[in-house]
Design a binder for this molecule. Structure first.
Ligand code: FMN
Length: 403
């Protein structure tokens, strides 16, 4: 039975129809370094309407649809040539001039590239189509492929994706979530990765809270200095206290900043690793499914099926190394938290000295009590957040060991 359906395009100026295919179909192709097709799956031929003989040895642009912006392919090649995988939505043209949409995952192999495609369904697909329309319009007005690729990234950033990796990971995950294509054996691993992502997000929120605390008390040493100035001789001790507090808080703030630096911070590295790890596992699942389909197909070459299986296994081991990376970063965080909490104790001592001064100036309405209360609040909150952060990091390490 032919599982495809054709749906007439409602666009006023087009007679082409959309070829829809079942969610469980996975369209696979492999190319050499230049993008010449070296292997195609049965389902790819079926949907594209070409025979395997027609596709083998043809450039992959044989299925290119004119509605696809040049900038997207510019980005595809730029990313693949840099050795990184990419995942994005693609509109393709069939031999008879109809079209079909896919979410295409493209990765690097030893002697070229490999791509697996599934039917797109997630909400992000609709958003991406709108972005493509804008790019296409601007390309028609003279935007070069390179400029269009830059515009694509800009528009993704506006949608909340700081880079292409984040978009690719999100798209693949969204498509996986919108259908049931996860094998029961891997379902547990995916659930654990979702938990890991949530834990890392919680940790990011905790560090954000700690950062905000530092921002809020930043003015307090200045307030102490102003107070010291007003009290003249009697406030000399407060001046020294404010200097000590300022120096200690700045040093601590710097350490916290290193945890969540957007490029090099431990939390960002963990987050990237979990998104990348999940995408590689999902891609490996797609190749595994395609491998099973190829095995069931009589006329599919055994070598092609083996290539899919080997690539799937390679991706699984890549995913495992990402998880090990997350666990080892997770292990280092409790130590950082302990050292930061020790520094809070140091700040507490400085705060105590303020209290002593406040006691000595009982009769003066100095505002010192207000400053002490705010510092106390900041110390308590920071200490609590650091304890929670340390606990979450330990959970990350434990969770990582179960994947
Ligand atoms: C592994 C792999 C898979 C590809 N899959 C597609 C595809 O499904 N559709 C497509 O139009 N281009 C695909 N391309 C990109 C084409 O090679 C080509 O760059 C694109 O069709 C744009 O053609 P143009 O540069 O002549 O405009 C793929 C490339 C690689 C390496």
């Amino acid at each position: 039975m032919n599982a495809m359906t054709k749906i007439a395009n409602t666009g006023a100026d087009s007679a082409e129809t959309e070829v829809r295919f079942p969610a469980e179909k996975i369209l696979v192709s492999a190319t050499d370094q230049r993008g010449v097709i070296t292997c195609v799956s049965e389902s790819f031929c079926e949907i594209a309407g070409y025979s395997s003989d027609e596709l083998m040895g043809a450039p992959h642009k044989i299925v290119r649809h004119p509605d696809m912006p040049k900038g997207v392919f510019y980005l595809v090649w730029e990313t693949l040539k840099a050795g990184r995988p990419i995942c994005t939505y693609v509109k393709n043209q069939t031999k008879s001039g109809d079209y079909y949409w896919v979410l295409a995952v493209m990765t690097i192999t030893e002697n070229g590239f490999l791509s697996s495609r599934i039917k797109p369904e997630a909400e992000l697909f609709e958003k991406t189509k709108k972005i493509y329309s804008t790019l296409l319009r601007e390309e028609a007005q003279g935007l070069t492929p390179e400029q269009s690729a830059a515009k694509f990234k800009e528009m993704l950033a506006e949608e909340g994706f700081p880079n292409l990796e984040a978009y690719s990971g999100f798209a693949l995950n969204a498509e996986f979530k919108s259908r049931n294509i996860i094998s029961p054996e891997l379902a547990q691993s995916f659930a654990s990765m979702d938990d890991l992502e949530l834990l890392i997000r919680d940790m990011q929120n905790l560090v954000d809270n700690i950062e905000q605390g530092f921002e809020r008390v930043r003015g307090e040493p200045v307030n102490l200095r102003i107070l010291a100035g007003r009290l003249e001789g009697a406030g000399a001790a407060l001046g020294t206290i404010s200097q000590n507090y300022d120096a200690m808080a700045k040093e601590m703030h710097g350490l916290v900043g290193r945890l969540h630096d957007p490029e090099t911070g431990a939390l960002q590295q963990m987050y990237k690793a979990v998104v990348y790890g999940r995408s590689t596992l999902q891609t490996s699942q797609l190749f595994d499914e395609a491998f099973k389909a190829a095995q069931a197909q009589e006329n599919q070459s055994e070598a092609d099926a083996r290539m899919l299986q080997e690539h799937g296994e390679k991706l699984q081991s890549l995913c495992r190394s990402r998880i090990i990376e997350i666990s080892s970063i997770g292990k280092s965080i409790p130590d950082i938290c302990r050292s930061l909490r020790r520094r809070i104790n140091g700040l507490d001592v400085v705060k105590l000295l303020c209290k002593v001064e406040s006691g000595r100036m009982r009769d003066v309405d100095s505002g010192l009590d207000g400053i002490i209360a705010r510092l106390e609040n900041f110390h308590d909150n920071t200490d609590r957040h650091l304890a929670e952060l340390s606990g979450k990091a330990s959970q990350v390490t434990q969770k990582g060991a179960t994947i």
